[in-house]
Design a protein. Structure first.
Length: 478
């Protein structure tokens, strides 16, 4: 009885928690109108590679670290159709997407009852229990696209629609599902097959999968698309009515990625839709390891600073959130079970990687963005009166309330910045410095100055966020 009451209370508490696009088409909110800042984590192999106990360990820590969207793939990338999960189960019968491999019963102590989809159900329900969403990828893109990957290609328009509908029916009563199509693949592309370069267009397959989902859930289904590195969903599906949120992948190929311009480009398209970086540089990922020329000395790894410098600037440019990733988490690296994938010369392991520096720091960004009026935030680089910088190393990005009630300015280098205070409201401004490494706000000062004023960040730390508030608003510290 107590268990049933708990389930009822959970359903009651979260029944209105589905996310929607805000009325200004730039951000996300819950159905009761509260701001929703998307803070995701890429756990692509979660269903495929972890036990119930391991999944619980991972999810509990991510809850404590402030994440609210856990990305996981039903038909996993790493040989997901032919390598069983940790309980010896495969997802499909004869690799047919219209035939889910399900058995009667759900008892995890009985291996004939507890099938692959029971395990997916368990993890999705645990994510819900912890108050988080699952960014559910029905499949990784290698089951659709004629590109690299384990595959095999099993989808066409007909079975993609049936499969999408089957998953939607299975999870129609789960409040915490965000549907993510794509799986690291473009909608259109050129690729060599048996030495012959060919052009492919897979968009109708993905559209069929979306149609299957909406045939069950209607427009209540929140759907987005995870594209290949260097691309955005806006290039393939922007005008499609099922696409609620654009997403791009700034990726792991270089530090010099002008992510702020990608946000601006997506937000300039009509009709306007929110956008975010769904796969920025992963912490501890070797920088461009795929050409066999990687060395620690010359390219090294993306570190916590690299992650912050990319993510803060994408959000300040207008992103509706972001998805963090760690290179040894997405694959749940355990070399006793599976070989490592592109890890350079450093073995960390997923359980240690959960506590990586930037993994803990991302919650501070979420806290900062939700500490001020949320939906009226705009990007405004005219606030910066001094040299704004030109590239990844030094470019400063500013965001403010549309009526000037506050401003946030991200400084990737510890150098002074000059701000045009005339663009902000209030006769008195409260000034403080937010530390993205610790989430602490350093005691600042008040000023009645007008016009351009210079600000010098604290000596310690490479990057900082300058906060300038209209003092009359009495905003609290993030």
């Amino acid at each position: 009885m107590r268990y049933l009451l708990l389930i009822f209370l959970l359903a009651f508490n979260f029944s209105n928690a589905q996310i929607r696009v805000s009325t200004n088409q730039r951000y996300l909110m819950t159905t009761d109108g509260k701001p929703f800042f998307w803070l995701g984590d890429t756990a692509w192999e979660l269903f495929h590679r972890l036990t119930r106990e391991e999944a619980e360990e991972y999810l509990e820590l991510r809850k404590q670290q402030g994440y609210n969207v856990i990305h996981a793939v039903a038909l996993a990338e790493m040989n997901g159709l032919r390598q069983p999960n940790r309980y010896g189960d495969l997802p499909l019968i004869e690799e047919d997407p219209t035939r889910l491999a399900v058995t009667p019963g759900t008892n995890p102590a009985n291996e004939t009852e507890y099938d692959y989809w029971d395990h997916v159900d368990f993890i999705i329900n645990r994510i819900a229990y912890k108050g988080m969403y699952v960014g559910l990828l029905p499949t990784w893109g290698d089951k659709v696209a004629h590109m690299w990957g384990d595959g095999p290609i099993v989808f066409n328009e007909a079975n993609a629609e049936v499969y999408g509908a089957a998953l939607a029916k299975r999870y129609k009563n789960n409040w915490n599902i965000i549907w993510i199509l794509g799986g690291d693949r473009p909608g259109t592309y050129t690729f060599k097959v048996e030495g012959i370069e060919q052009e492919f267009d897979d968009r109708d397959i993905w559209r069929a999968m979306a149609k299957g989902i909406e045939s069950v859930l209607g427009k209540d289904a929140f759907i987005t698309y995870h594209p290949m590195g260097g691309t955005s969903s806006s290039a393939y599906f922007h005008a499609d009515s099922w696409l609620d949120l654009n997403a791009f992948q700034s990726g792991h190929g270089a530090r010099e990625t002008e992510v702020w311009d990608w946000v601006t480009r997506d937000l300039s398209m009509k009709p306007q839709k929110p956008t975010l970086d769904m796969e920025p540089c992963y912490e501890d990922h070797p920088v461009n390891p795929w050409d066999c020329k990687w060395t620690r000395a010359e390219r090294g790894y993306f570190n916590a600073y690299d992650v912050r410098a990319r993510i803060y600037r994408s959000v300040f440019a207008g992103g509706s959130g972001v998805t963090y990733g760690h290179h040894q988490i997405w694959q749940f690296l355990n070399t006793d079970l599976n070989p490592a994938i592109n890890i350079g010369d450093t073995l960390i392991g997923w359980q240690k990687a959960m506590k990586a520096e930037a993994a803990t720091q991302m919650q501070y960004l979420k806290r900062l963005m939700l500490s001020r009026p949320y939906f009226d935030r705009v990007e405004d680089q005219t606030l910066i009166a001094s040299d704004r910088g030109v590239n990844y190393t030094d470019l400063i990005v500013a965001t403010r309330h549309e009526k000037g009630l506050y401003a946030f300015v991200y400084l990737p280098e510890n150098k002074s910045v000059s701000i045009d205070l005339s663009k902000l409201s209030g006769s008195t401004k409260s000034v403080s410095w937010f530390d993205p490494r610790t989430g602490k706000t350093l005691a600042g000062f008040s000023t009645t100055a007008t016009g351009v004023m210079s600000f010098i960040p604290p000596k310690e730390g490479k990057d900082w966020v300058l906060i300038i508030d209209d003092a009359s608003q009495n905003f609290s510290k993030p």
